[in-house]
Design a protein around this ligand. Structure first.
Ligand code: PLP
Length: 408
């Protein structure tokens, strides 16, 4: 069956007791047993719940994986995967990764004796050099966040083999655009909070694998660590995932239009989007992904105050953490999602003060571009941007403003 069909039908059989067409929210913590140990496959909802099981079947089918374990959040899934490791183990992590992943490795796992080295995974030699005998896992996020660089999953898998696990965070592409397991990854993880749920109304995560032993271990870790998905959230995420194919096509179409518009502006210094031929890894992106996704990063010309003012002035693009919902969002990585990364480390990765990340929603592309245009035009002078050809205007004083404390 094709992707769009699997999204709607996998795991979505009519309810066996009532015939309900839609999988109900089984709001129950426990299950009545006919005799000791005699039950219908469910005994306690931290271990398994029918609504969550239906979602796991649906998400496994989308990723074309044999197994899926759902978690209370993307980071819940990451924590369980970290539970596959032991003190003394080492992980090589892509250096331009989700801020929460960076925090998990550096602030928590480090204390438990699990060391990590962050490297630029677009550089195979650097990865080879970072691998030591204790290395048990390679942790990849591609496209990277927020720089949207592309990591060659198959190349990393061949570097890691045979005895190191390759984990790929597939949140940005979703299985609609990228299939890491087919490229040699052992485990795929998702923040289902983002595109899979798709409506910014639920927090959830998932891990998929074709390896039965890993799956069994992850189920053990899920019930032992306890970051399991509630049936209410499972219902919302399942409902969202049914339209994943339709949404991803629209996200991509709009992101293309927005990236093209921004790249034609003289008050923008750089547009980062894997679907633009100007992207340094355009060919790799085309080979590895079947589409370019809905995230566009942009570097505005002018001081940081301009980027902050711009983010305040967009109306359809809400200034918010997160991504992947139907509505467009704008985020200042340096002060928001990546605020937990030290400033010098951030800048080394290209997360400069003028960088903004757009999660392009599925509104009308024309309206989205008009919104970006008015915010660019308004801040072009308000922030005192001096462009080649613009007459200097000494009356314009750069605005300063305080951004909220990092909350990611
Ligand atoms: C949001 C996100 C996470 C964390 O997921 P939560 O559901 O917020 O815990 C991990 N990886 C990526 C790429 C993300 O965008």
């Amino acid at each position: 069956m094709d992707f769009a069909t699997r999204a709607i039908h996998a795991g979505q059989d009519a309810d066996p007791t009532t015939g309900a067409t839609i999988v109900p929210i089984y709001a129950t913590s426990t299950y009545t047993q006919a005799a000791v140990g005699e039950h219908k496959g469910f005994d306690y909802s931290r271990v398994a719940n029918p609504t969550r099981s239906a979602l796991e079947t649906q998400l496994a089918a989308l990723e074309e994986a044999e197994h899926c374990v759902a978690f209370a959040s993307g980071l819940g899934a990451e924590t369980a995967i970290a539970g596959l490791l032991s003190a003394g183990d080492h992980v090589v992590v892509s250096d331009d990764t989700y801020g929460g992943t960076y925090r998990l490795f550096t602030r928590v796992l480090e204390r438990f004796g699990i060391a990590s080295t962050f490297v630029d995974m677009t550089d195979a030699e650097a990865v080879r050099a970072a691998i030591v005998p204790a290395t048990k896992m390679l942790w990849i996020e591609t496209p990277t966040n927020p720089m949207l660089r592309i990591i060659d999953i198959a190349a990393m898998a061949s570097l890691a083999a045979p005895d190191r696990l390759v984990v790929v965070d597939n949140t940005f592409c979703t299985p609609y655009f990228q299939s890491p397991l087919a490229l040699g990854a052992d485990i795929v993880i998702h923040s289902a909070t983002k595109y899979i749920g798709g409506h910014s109304d639920a927090i959830g995560g998932a891990a998929m694998t074709n390896d039965g032993a890993i799956a069994e271990n992850l189920r053990f870790l899920a019930k032992t660590l306890g970051a399991v998905l509630s049936p209410f959230e499972a219902f919302l995420i399942s409902r969202g995932a049914k339209t994943l194919a339709v949404r991803m096509r629209e996200h991509e179409r709009n992101a293309h239009a927005v990236a093209t518009f921004l790249s034609e502006r003289d008050d923008v210094s750089e547009v980062l989007y894997p679907g633009l031929p100007s992207h340094p890894q355009y060919e790799l992106a085309r080979a590895q992904m079947s589409g370019s996704g809905g995230i566009v990063s942009v570097r505005l010309r002018g001081p940081e105050s301009r980027a902050l003012e711009f983010a305040k002035r967009t109306r359809l693009f809400s200034l918010a953490e997160s991504l992947g919902g139907v509505e467009s969002l704008i985020n200042h990585p340096g002060r928001m999602t990546h605020g937990s990364i030290p400033k010098d480390e951030r800048e080394r990765r290209g997360i400069t003060d003028g960088l903004l990340r757009l999660s392009v929603g599925i509104e009308s592309a024309r309206d989205l571009i008009a919104d970006l245009r008015q915010a660019l035009d308004a801040t072009r002078t308000a922030a005192g941007v001096l462009l080649a050809g613009d007459p200097p205007n000494p009356s314009r004083i750069p605005t300063t403003q305080s951004a909220g404390a990092p909350t990611a």
